[in-house]
Design a protein around this ligand. Sequence first.
Ligand code: NDP
Length: 443
Amino acid sequence: MSYISDVLHALEKRNPGQPEFMQAATEVLDSLEGVVKEHPEYVKNAVLERIVEPDRQVMFRVPWIDDQGVAHVNRGFRVQFNNAIGPYKGGLRLHPSVNLSIIKFLGFEQIFKNSLTGLPIGGGKGGSDFDPKGKSDREIFEFCRSFMTELYRHIGADVDVPAGDIGVGGREIGYLYGTYKRITNRYEGVLTGKGLEYGGSLARTEATGYGLVYLTEEMLKAKGNSFAGKTVAISGSGNVAIYAAEKAAQFGATVVTMSDSTGWIYDKDGIDLTAIKELKEVKRARLSEYKSFRPKAEYSTTGNVWQIACDIALPCATQNELNEEDAKTLVKNKVIAVGEGANMPSTIEAQEFFVKSGVLFAPAKAANAGGVATSALEMSQNSQRLHWTFEEVDAKLHTIMRNIYHQMAAAAEKYGHKGNFIMGANIAGFKKVADAMVAQGIQ
Ligand code: NDP
Protein backbone atom coordinates (compact mmCIF):
# COMPACT_ATOMS: atom_id res chain seq x y z
CA MET A 1 0.00 0.00 0.00
CA SER A 2 1.51 3.28 -1.03
CA TYR A 3 0.56 5.24 2.12
CA ILE A 4 2.51 2.83 4.34
CA SER A 5 5.55 2.65 2.06
CA ASP A 6 5.51 6.45 1.71
CA VAL A 7 5.62 6.79 5.50
CA LEU A 8 8.47 4.28 5.73
CA HIS A 9 10.47 5.99 2.97
CA ALA A 10 10.11 9.37 4.64
CA LEU A 11 11.12 7.80 7.94
CA GLU A 12 14.27 6.26 6.49
CA LYS A 13 15.25 9.55 4.90
CA ARG A 14 14.79 11.39 8.16
CA ASN A 15 16.62 8.80 10.30
CA PRO A 16 19.74 7.68 8.46
CA GLY A 17 21.90 5.08 10.20
CA GLN A 18 19.14 3.71 12.45
CA PRO A 19 18.78 0.09 11.23
CA GLU A 20 17.21 -1.35 14.39
CA PHE A 21 14.59 1.39 14.52
CA MET A 22 13.78 0.96 10.81
CA GLN A 23 13.51 -2.81 11.30
CA ALA A 24 11.00 -2.37 14.13
CA ALA A 25 8.99 0.32 12.30
CA THR A 26 8.88 -1.70 9.07
CA GLU A 27 7.74 -4.82 10.89
CA VAL A 28 4.83 -3.00 12.53
CA LEU A 29 3.73 -0.77 9.65
CA ASP A 30 3.83 -3.60 7.13
CA SER A 31 1.12 -5.40 9.08
CA LEU A 32 -1.29 -2.46 9.17
CA GLU A 33 -2.59 -2.41 5.60
CA GLY A 34 -5.98 -3.97 6.44
CA VAL A 35 -6.63 -1.86 9.49
CA VAL A 36 -5.63 1.38 7.75
CA LYS A 37 -7.92 0.55 4.82
CA GLU A 38 -10.80 0.02 7.24
CA HIS A 39 -10.09 3.30 9.09
CA PRO A 40 -9.58 6.23 6.69
CA GLU A 41 -9.53 8.52 9.73
CA TYR A 42 -6.04 7.16 10.55
CA VAL A 43 -4.76 8.52 7.22
CA LYS A 44 -6.65 11.80 7.61
CA ASN A 45 -5.20 12.29 11.09
CA ALA A 46 -1.66 11.32 10.02
CA VAL A 47 -1.60 8.62 12.69
CA LEU A 48 1.25 6.65 11.09
CA GLU A 49 3.41 9.72 10.47
CA ARG A 50 2.88 10.79 14.09
CA ILE A 51 3.31 7.38 15.71
CA VAL A 52 6.79 6.86 14.22
CA GLU A 53 8.00 10.23 15.51
CA PRO A 54 8.84 10.22 19.24
CA ASP A 55 7.16 12.89 21.35
CA ARG A 56 10.58 13.74 22.76
CA GLN A 57 14.17 12.40 22.60
CA VAL A 58 16.57 13.35 25.36
CA MET A 59 20.32 12.70 25.03
CA PHE A 60 22.74 13.75 27.71
CA ARG A 61 26.29 13.51 29.05
CA VAL A 62 26.91 11.12 31.95
CA PRO A 63 30.30 11.81 33.57
CA TRP A 64 31.57 9.53 36.35
CA ILE A 65 34.83 8.66 38.12
CA ASP A 66 36.14 5.10 38.43
CA ASP A 67 37.87 3.49 41.43
CA GLN A 68 41.27 4.60 40.14
CA GLY A 69 40.14 8.22 40.03
CA VAL A 70 39.90 8.27 36.23
CA ALA A 71 37.03 10.30 34.73
CA HIS A 72 34.77 8.76 32.06
CA VAL A 73 31.94 10.10 29.93
CA ASN A 74 29.02 8.01 28.69
CA ARG A 75 25.92 9.03 26.76
CA GLY A 76 22.48 8.82 28.36
CA PHE A 77 19.17 8.49 26.48
CA ARG A 78 15.47 8.73 27.23
CA VAL A 79 13.08 8.51 24.32
CA GLN A 80 9.49 9.39 25.25
CA PHE A 81 7.74 7.88 22.28
CA ASN A 82 4.00 8.06 22.79
CA ASN A 83 1.71 8.89 25.73
CA ALA A 84 -1.68 8.61 24.04
CA ILE A 85 -2.93 5.99 26.50
CA GLY A 86 -0.87 6.67 29.63
CA PRO A 87 2.41 7.98 31.04
CA TYR A 88 5.55 6.89 29.19
CA LYS A 89 6.71 3.51 30.47
CA GLY A 90 9.70 1.41 29.48
CA GLY A 91 13.03 0.18 30.75
CA LEU A 92 16.55 1.53 30.95
CA ARG A 93 19.29 -0.49 29.22
CA LEU A 94 22.97 -0.30 30.19
CA HIS A 95 25.08 -1.99 27.52
CA PRO A 96 28.00 -0.80 25.37
CA SER A 97 25.93 -1.41 22.19
CA VAL A 98 23.29 1.17 23.21
CA ASN A 99 22.71 3.99 20.72
CA LEU A 100 19.77 6.12 19.58
CA SER A 101 18.62 3.56 17.01
CA ILE A 102 18.41 0.79 19.61
CA ILE A 103 16.61 2.97 22.15
CA LYS A 104 14.15 4.13 19.47
CA PHE A 105 13.42 0.57 18.32
CA LEU A 106 12.79 -0.46 21.91
CA GLY A 107 10.65 2.61 22.64
CA PHE A 108 8.59 2.09 19.49
CA GLU A 109 7.94 -1.59 20.31
CA GLN A 110 7.02 -0.57 23.82
CA ILE A 111 4.05 1.53 22.58
CA PHE A 112 2.28 -1.54 21.19
CA LYS A 113 3.38 -3.93 23.92
CA ASN A 114 2.05 -1.61 26.60
CA SER A 115 -1.21 -1.21 24.72
CA LEU A 116 -1.62 -5.01 24.52
CA THR A 117 -1.45 -5.31 28.31
CA GLY A 118 -4.78 -3.45 28.52
CA LEU A 119 -3.28 -1.15 31.17
CA PRO A 120 -2.95 2.66 30.92
CA ILE A 121 0.72 3.01 29.95
CA GLY A 122 2.39 4.78 27.03
CA GLY A 123 5.71 3.87 25.40
CA GLY A 124 9.25 5.00 26.17
CA LYS A 125 12.76 3.62 26.64
CA GLY A 126 16.15 4.80 27.79
CA GLY A 127 19.62 3.77 28.80
CA SER A 128 23.28 4.36 28.20
CA ASP A 129 26.32 2.90 26.44
CA PHE A 130 27.88 2.38 29.88
CA ASP A 131 29.11 -1.22 30.37
CA PRO A 132 28.29 -2.44 33.89
CA LYS A 133 30.35 -5.62 33.47
CA GLY A 134 33.34 -5.79 35.78
CA LYS A 135 32.46 -2.54 37.56
CA SER A 136 32.52 -2.30 41.36
CA ASP A 137 29.38 -1.46 43.34
CA ARG A 138 30.81 2.00 43.96
CA GLU A 139 31.34 2.60 40.24
CA ILE A 140 27.79 1.42 39.46
CA PHE A 141 26.48 3.79 42.15
CA GLU A 142 28.56 6.65 40.80
CA PHE A 143 27.24 6.06 37.28
CA CYS A 144 23.60 5.70 38.39
CA ARG A 145 23.81 8.89 40.44
CA SER A 146 25.23 10.85 37.55
CA PHE A 147 22.67 9.39 35.12
CA MET A 148 19.73 10.30 37.39
CA THR A 149 21.11 13.79 38.04
CA GLU A 150 19.94 14.60 34.50
CA LEU A 151 17.12 12.07 34.02
CA TYR A 152 15.09 13.27 37.02
CA ARG A 153 14.05 16.43 35.12
CA HIS A 154 12.19 14.38 32.53
CA ILE A 155 10.39 11.72 34.57
CA GLY A 156 7.69 11.48 37.27
CA ALA A 157 5.02 9.09 38.54
CA ASP A 158 2.44 10.60 36.14
CA VAL A 159 4.91 11.58 33.43
CA ASP A 160 7.37 8.82 32.64
CA VAL A 161 8.15 5.75 34.75
CA PRO A 162 11.38 3.91 33.79
CA ALA A 163 12.24 0.33 34.83
CA GLY A 164 15.03 -2.20 34.31
CA ASP A 165 16.23 -3.86 31.11
CA ILE A 166 19.57 -5.39 30.10
CA GLY A 167 22.16 -4.40 32.70
CA VAL A 168 19.63 -2.77 35.03
CA GLY A 169 18.36 -4.94 37.89
CA GLY A 170 17.41 -4.38 41.52
CA ARG A 171 20.76 -2.87 42.51
CA GLU A 172 20.71 -0.21 39.79
CA ILE A 173 17.02 0.65 40.35
CA GLY A 174 17.84 1.16 44.04
CA TYR A 175 20.66 3.60 43.30
CA LEU A 176 18.55 5.44 40.71
CA TYR A 177 15.55 5.68 43.05
CA GLY A 178 17.68 6.90 45.94
CA THR A 179 19.13 9.64 43.78
CA TYR A 180 15.71 10.71 42.43
CA LYS A 181 14.35 10.92 45.97
CA ARG A 182 17.32 12.90 47.20
CA ILE A 183 17.16 15.45 44.39
CA THR A 184 13.38 15.93 44.33
CA ASN A 185 12.45 15.15 47.95
CA ARG A 186 9.52 13.15 46.58
CA TYR A 187 8.64 9.59 47.53
CA GLU A 188 6.67 8.45 44.50
CA GLY A 189 6.37 5.48 42.16
CA VAL A 190 8.71 7.00 39.61
CA LEU A 191 10.59 3.77 38.85
CA THR A 192 9.41 0.16 38.83
CA GLY A 193 11.38 -2.95 39.69
CA LYS A 194 12.01 -1.43 43.13
CA GLY A 195 13.04 -3.49 46.16
CA LEU A 196 10.18 -4.90 48.22
CA GLU A 197 11.19 -2.75 51.22
CA TYR A 198 10.62 0.49 49.34
CA GLY A 199 7.59 0.08 47.10
CA GLY A 200 8.44 -2.82 44.81
CA SER A 201 5.89 -5.43 43.79
CA LEU A 202 6.05 -9.09 44.56
CA ALA A 203 6.40 -11.15 41.36
CA ARG A 204 7.96 -8.28 39.35
CA THR A 205 11.30 -10.13 39.21
CA GLU A 206 9.63 -13.24 37.87
CA ALA A 207 7.06 -11.47 35.68
CA THR A 208 8.62 -11.31 32.21
CA GLY A 209 9.82 -14.92 32.22
CA TYR A 210 6.67 -16.28 33.84
CA GLY A 211 4.49 -14.21 31.52
CA LEU A 212 6.35 -15.54 28.48
CA VAL A 213 5.59 -19.09 29.54
CA TYR A 214 1.94 -18.29 30.40
CA LEU A 215 1.35 -16.84 26.95
CA THR A 216 3.22 -19.63 25.16
CA GLU A 217 1.23 -22.20 27.14
CA GLU A 218 -2.04 -20.53 26.08
CA MET A 219 -0.88 -20.63 22.44
CA LEU A 220 -0.03 -24.33 22.78
CA LYS A 221 -3.33 -25.01 24.55
CA ALA A 222 -5.29 -23.65 21.58
CA LYS A 223 -3.70 -26.51 19.59
CA GLY A 224 -4.40 -29.09 22.30
CA ASN A 225 -0.76 -29.03 23.44
CA SER A 226 1.24 -27.86 26.49
CA PHE A 227 4.72 -27.51 28.02
CA ALA A 228 4.39 -30.82 29.87
CA GLY A 229 6.99 -33.33 28.76
CA LYS A 230 8.58 -30.96 26.20
CA THR A 231 12.25 -30.11 25.67
CA VAL A 232 12.89 -26.37 25.80
CA ALA A 233 15.89 -24.39 24.49
CA ILE A 234 16.42 -20.99 26.12
CA SER A 235 19.03 -18.36 25.26
CA GLY A 236 20.30 -15.81 27.76
CA SER A 237 20.77 -16.34 31.48
CA GLY A 238 19.54 -13.02 32.78
CA ASN A 239 16.29 -12.00 34.42
CA VAL A 240 13.95 -13.09 31.61
CA ALA A 241 15.75 -16.35 30.84
CA ILE A 242 15.99 -17.50 34.46
CA TYR A 243 12.30 -17.07 35.26
CA ALA A 244 11.14 -18.44 31.90
CA ALA A 245 13.20 -21.54 32.71
CA GLU A 246 11.71 -21.72 36.20
CA LYS A 247 8.09 -21.57 35.01
CA ALA A 248 8.69 -23.94 32.06
CA ALA A 249 10.13 -26.49 34.52
CA GLN A 250 7.14 -25.95 36.85
CA PHE A 251 4.89 -26.72 33.86
CA GLY A 252 6.67 -30.06 33.40
CA ALA A 253 9.16 -29.21 30.64
CA THR A 254 12.90 -29.92 30.59
CA VAL A 255 15.02 -26.82 29.87
CA VAL A 256 18.28 -27.96 28.30
CA THR A 257 20.16 -24.80 27.24
CA MET A 258 21.09 -21.29 28.44
CA SER A 259 23.67 -18.77 27.24
CA ASP A 260 25.49 -15.53 27.97
CA SER A 261 27.51 -13.28 25.71
CA THR A 262 30.59 -15.48 26.03
CA GLY A 263 29.16 -18.97 25.55
CA TRP A 264 26.32 -21.43 26.09
CA ILE A 265 25.55 -24.57 28.04
CA TYR A 266 23.74 -27.78 27.12
CA ASP A 267 22.60 -29.88 30.04
CA LYS A 268 20.47 -32.65 28.61
CA ASP A 269 19.09 -33.74 31.98
CA GLY A 270 17.71 -30.26 32.64
CA ILE A 271 19.42 -27.04 33.69
CA ASP A 272 20.11 -26.72 37.42
CA LEU A 273 18.43 -23.37 38.12
CA THR A 274 19.75 -23.09 41.65
CA ALA A 275 23.25 -23.13 40.16
CA ILE A 276 22.30 -20.56 37.51
CA LYS A 277 20.79 -18.22 40.11
CA GLU A 278 23.89 -18.54 42.27
CA LEU A 279 26.14 -17.75 39.29
CA LYS A 280 24.09 -14.95 37.72
CA GLU A 281 22.10 -13.33 40.51
CA VAL A 282 24.60 -13.63 43.35
CA LYS A 283 28.14 -13.94 41.95
CA ARG A 284 27.54 -12.14 38.61
CA ALA A 285 29.82 -14.79 37.11
CA ARG A 286 30.23 -16.25 33.61
CA LEU A 287 28.27 -19.30 32.49
CA SER A 288 31.52 -21.16 31.88
CA GLU A 289 31.56 -21.79 35.65
CA TYR A 290 28.36 -23.87 35.38
CA LYS A 291 30.44 -27.00 34.83
CA SER A 292 31.72 -26.76 38.38
CA PHE A 293 28.12 -27.46 39.49
CA ARG A 294 27.28 -29.99 36.76
CA PRO A 295 30.43 -31.62 35.35
CA LYS A 296 28.47 -33.58 32.72
CA ALA A 297 26.99 -30.45 31.12
CA GLU A 298 28.58 -29.18 27.91
CA TYR A 299 29.89 -25.61 27.57
CA SER A 300 30.69 -24.13 24.18
CA THR A 301 31.87 -20.79 22.81
CA THR A 302 31.08 -21.62 19.17
CA GLY A 303 27.67 -22.01 17.53
CA ASN A 304 24.60 -21.29 19.61
CA VAL A 305 21.74 -22.87 21.54
CA TRP A 306 19.51 -23.15 18.45
CA GLN A 307 21.50 -26.12 17.14
CA ILE A 308 20.10 -28.24 20.01
CA ALA A 309 16.93 -30.16 19.09
CA CYS A 310 13.93 -28.88 21.06
CA ASP A 311 10.14 -28.70 20.95
CA ILE A 312 9.92 -25.12 22.22
CA ALA A 313 12.45 -22.30 21.74
CA LEU A 314 12.47 -19.24 23.98
CA PRO A 315 15.03 -16.60 22.87
CA CYS A 316 15.62 -14.45 25.97
CA ALA A 317 18.97 -12.68 25.42
CA THR A 318 18.95 -9.76 22.98
CA GLN A 319 17.86 -8.41 19.58
CA ASN A 320 18.62 -10.30 16.34
CA GLU A 321 20.10 -13.30 18.16
CA LEU A 322 18.14 -15.82 16.05
CA ASN A 323 18.58 -15.58 12.26
CA GLU A 324 17.10 -17.42 9.29
CA GLU A 325 19.74 -20.18 9.44
CA ASP A 326 18.92 -20.76 13.11
CA ALA A 327 15.21 -20.83 12.26
CA LYS A 328 15.86 -23.45 9.55
CA THR A 329 17.82 -25.59 12.01
CA LEU A 330 15.05 -25.36 14.61
CA VAL A 331 12.37 -26.28 12.05
CA LYS A 332 14.48 -29.18 10.76
CA ASN A 333 14.68 -30.37 14.37
CA LYS A 334 10.87 -30.16 14.60
CA VAL A 335 10.34 -27.18 16.87
CA ILE A 336 6.61 -26.63 17.43
CA ALA A 337 6.55 -23.25 19.19
CA VAL A 338 8.74 -20.17 19.60
CA GLY A 339 8.06 -17.51 22.23
CA GLU A 340 10.17 -14.36 22.15
CA GLY A 341 11.32 -13.34 25.65
CA ALA A 342 13.87 -10.79 24.47
CA ASN A 343 12.90 -7.77 22.38
CA MET A 344 13.11 -8.47 18.62
CA PRO A 345 15.36 -11.55 19.08
CA SER A 346 14.38 -13.04 15.70
CA THR A 347 15.35 -11.33 12.45
CA ILE A 348 12.46 -10.54 10.08
CA GLU A 349 13.62 -13.44 7.82
CA ALA A 350 13.61 -15.87 10.77
CA GLN A 351 10.11 -14.74 11.79
CA GLU A 352 8.83 -15.23 8.25
CA PHE A 353 10.38 -18.69 8.07
CA PHE A 354 8.71 -19.79 11.30
CA VAL A 355 5.31 -18.52 10.17
CA LYS A 356 5.70 -20.12 6.70
CA SER A 357 6.68 -23.41 8.33
CA GLY A 358 3.58 -23.50 10.53
CA VAL A 359 5.51 -23.03 13.79
CA LEU A 360 3.44 -21.36 16.53
CA PHE A 361 5.22 -18.03 16.90
CA ALA A 362 4.56 -15.54 19.71
CA PRO A 363 6.25 -12.18 18.95
CA ALA A 364 8.06 -10.26 21.67
CA LYS A 365 5.65 -7.38 22.02
CA ALA A 366 3.00 -9.87 23.15
CA ALA A 367 5.11 -12.63 24.66
CA ASN A 368 7.32 -10.52 26.93
CA ALA A 369 4.66 -7.98 27.96
CA GLY A 370 4.37 -9.57 31.39
CA GLY A 371 7.25 -7.49 32.74
CA VAL A 372 5.78 -4.14 31.89
CA ALA A 373 2.29 -5.32 32.85
CA THR A 374 3.54 -6.15 36.33
CA SER A 375 5.39 -2.83 36.43
CA ALA A 376 2.01 -1.19 35.82
CA LEU A 377 0.64 -3.26 38.71
CA GLU A 378 3.53 -1.94 40.82
CA MET A 379 2.46 1.60 39.85
CA SER A 380 -1.11 0.81 40.95
CA GLN A 381 0.09 -0.49 44.31
CA ASN A 382 2.28 2.61 44.78
CA SER A 383 -0.69 4.89 44.03
CA GLN A 384 -2.88 2.99 46.48
CA ARG A 385 -0.01 2.76 49.01
CA LEU A 386 -0.81 -0.93 49.35
CA HIS A 387 1.00 -4.22 48.76
CA TRP A 388 -0.64 -7.13 47.03
CA THR A 389 0.42 -10.73 47.72
CA PHE A 390 2.58 -12.74 45.31
CA GLU A 391 -0.45 -14.87 44.45
CA GLU A 392 -2.61 -11.83 43.66
CA VAL A 393 -0.02 -10.30 41.35
CA ASP A 394 0.80 -13.63 39.70
CA ALA A 395 -2.90 -14.34 39.09
CA LYS A 396 -3.37 -10.90 37.50
CA LEU A 397 -0.28 -11.50 35.34
CA HIS A 398 -1.62 -14.88 34.23
CA THR A 399 -4.98 -13.33 33.24
CA ILE A 400 -3.25 -10.49 31.37
CA MET A 401 -1.07 -12.92 29.36
CA ARG A 402 -4.07 -15.08 28.47
CA ASN A 403 -5.95 -11.97 27.32
CA ILE A 404 -3.01 -10.86 25.20
CA TYR A 405 -2.96 -14.24 23.46
CA HIS A 406 -6.69 -14.06 22.71
CA GLN A 407 -6.50 -10.41 21.56
CA MET A 408 -3.72 -11.13 19.08
CA ALA A 409 -5.33 -14.34 17.85
CA ALA A 410 -8.66 -12.56 17.30
CA ALA A 411 -7.07 -9.56 15.52
CA ALA A 412 -5.08 -11.89 13.24
CA GLU A 413 -8.23 -13.76 12.31
CA LYS A 414 -10.36 -10.63 11.84
CA TYR A 415 -7.90 -9.12 9.37
CA GLY A 416 -7.36 -12.31 7.34
CA HIS A 417 -4.10 -13.54 8.89
CA LYS A 418 -5.40 -16.41 11.03
CA GLY A 419 -2.60 -17.97 13.11
CA ASN A 420 -0.13 -15.17 12.27
CA PHE A 421 0.37 -13.66 15.72
CA ILE A 422 2.98 -11.17 14.48
CA MET A 423 0.25 -9.50 12.45
CA GLY A 424 -2.29 -10.00 15.24
CA ALA A 425 -0.14 -8.42 17.97
CA ASN A 426 0.80 -5.46 15.79
CA ILE A 427 -2.80 -4.76 14.77
CA ALA A 428 -4.31 -5.19 18.25
CA GLY A 429 -1.59 -3.09 19.91
CA PHE A 430 -1.78 -0.37 17.28
CA LYS A 431 -5.54 0.04 17.13
CA LYS A 432 -6.08 1.19 20.70
CA VAL A 433 -3.27 3.76 20.49
CA ALA A 434 -4.42 4.97 17.06
CA ASP A 435 -7.99 5.47 18.29
CA ALA A 436 -6.72 7.43 21.31
CA MET A 437 -4.56 9.60 19.04
CA VAL A 438 -7.50 10.37 16.76
CA ALA A 439 -9.71 11.19 19.75
CA GLN A 440 -7.12 13.60 21.17
CA GLY A 441 -6.65 15.57 17.93
CA ILE A 442 -3.48 16.25 15.93
CA GLN A 443 -0.95 16.84 18.70
P1 NDP B 1 19.75 -9.26 31.65
O1 NDP B 1 20.78 -8.22 31.59
O2 NDP B 1 19.26 -9.75 32.97
O3 NDP B 1 20.22 -10.54 30.82
C1 NDP B 1 20.55 -10.47 29.48
C2 NDP B 1 21.08 -11.82 29.05
O4 NDP B 1 21.34 -11.80 27.65
C3 NDP B 1 22.42 -12.14 29.71
O5 NDP B 1 22.55 -13.55 29.79
C4 NDP B 1 23.41 -11.56 28.69
O6 NDP B 1 24.70 -12.15 28.76
C5 NDP B 1 22.74 -11.90 27.39
N1 NDP B 1 23.12 -10.90 26.37
C6 NDP B 1 22.94 -9.56 26.43
N2 NDP B 1 23.43 -8.96 25.34
C7 NDP B 1 23.93 -9.94 24.59
C8 NDP B 1 24.56 -9.97 23.34
N3 NDP B 1 24.80 -8.84 22.64
N4 NDP B 1 24.95 -11.18 22.84
C9 NDP B 1 24.70 -12.32 23.55
N5 NDP B 1 24.10 -12.36 24.75
C10 NDP B 1 23.73 -11.18 25.25
O7 NDP B 1 18.52 -8.71 30.77
P2 NDP B 1 17.02 -9.18 30.76
O8 NDP B 1 16.92 -10.64 30.99
O9 NDP B 1 16.25 -8.25 31.59
O10 NDP B 1 16.63 -8.85 29.24
C11 NDP B 1 16.77 -9.79 28.20
C12 NDP B 1 15.92 -9.36 27.02
O11 NDP B 1 14.55 -9.31 27.43
C13 NDP B 1 16.23 -7.99 26.44
O12 NDP B 1 15.97 -8.01 25.05
C14 NDP B 1 15.22 -7.11 27.13
O13 NDP B 1 14.95 -5.94 26.38
C15 NDP B 1 14.02 -8.02 27.15
N6 NDP B 1 13.00 -7.69 28.13
C16 NDP B 1 13.27 -7.63 29.47
C17 NDP B 1 12.27 -7.37 30.37
C18 NDP B 1 12.50 -7.42 31.85
O14 NDP B 1 11.51 -7.30 32.59
N7 NDP B 1 13.71 -7.62 32.32
C19 NDP B 1 10.90 -7.03 29.92
C20 NDP B 1 10.70 -7.19 28.51
C21 NDP B 1 11.73 -7.47 27.66
P3 NDP B 1 25.89 -11.33 29.48
O15 NDP B 1 25.59 -11.41 30.94
O16 NDP B 1 27.12 -12.06 29.07
O17 NDP B 1 25.82 -9.94 28.92
